[in-house]
Write a protein that binds this ligand. Structure first.
Ligand code: ZN
Ligand code: ZN
Length: 164
């Protein structure tokens, strides 16, 4: 699969006889410029700054199209909404901070090298693997110990002894 760059996207879209409309291009660009794992509404907000005529429906339709073309991955990170990112060649997994909603990526080669082969040894074919890991990022843990109030959260870190 092509590296996630604009010309790679362009050729995938052209190969399917689809048009790379200006709005589609801008949606892809927002995803490429961000490493934040945005949800559809956040993507819509950013695209709207470049093109006020874009609609949320167009953003949703384009994201579905890009997902079907393998250009974009839709992530369920255990929240009540989905997040999107450009497709990458190497598998990776996500940690979500329950307080600030930050997403931190990590690799877990044991999953591809050990766990999936073990599953497939039972005659199963694995096509997808998701690992949902959540907790509190270093910043939020620090804020909590200092008793600082986090702007966008009212969550409390559970008693530290539970985490040991
Ligand atoms: Zn955090
Ligand atoms: Zn990711």
């Amino acid at each position: 699969m092509d590296l996630p760059n604009q010309s790679g996207f362009q050729s995938v879209i052209k190969a399917r006889n689809l048009r790379m409309t200006n709005q589609r291009r801008q949606i892809l660009q927002v995803l490429q410029e961000s490493d934040e794992h945005l949800d559809a509404e956040a993507i819509y907000d950013r695209v709207r700054q470049k093109d006020a005529r874009v609609s949320l429906a167009t953003v949703y339709r384009s994201l579905t199209l890009f997902k079907n073309l393998g250009l974009v991955d839709e992530r369920n990170l255990g929240e009540d909404y989905r997040r999107f990112e450009t497709a990458q060649d190497e598998p990776h997994y996500h940690f979500t901070c329950l307080a600030c909603r930050k997403v931190i990526e990590f690799n877990a080669p044991e999953i591809e090298q050990k766990i999936i082969p073990q599953i497939e040894a039972q005659g199963l074919k694995v096509t997808e693997a998701h690992l949902i890991v959540s907790g509190y990022c270093a910043d939020c843990q620090r804020d909590q110990t200092r008793g600082k109030k986090h702007a966008d959260t009212h969550l409390r870190i559970p008693n530290q002894t539970n985490l040991r």
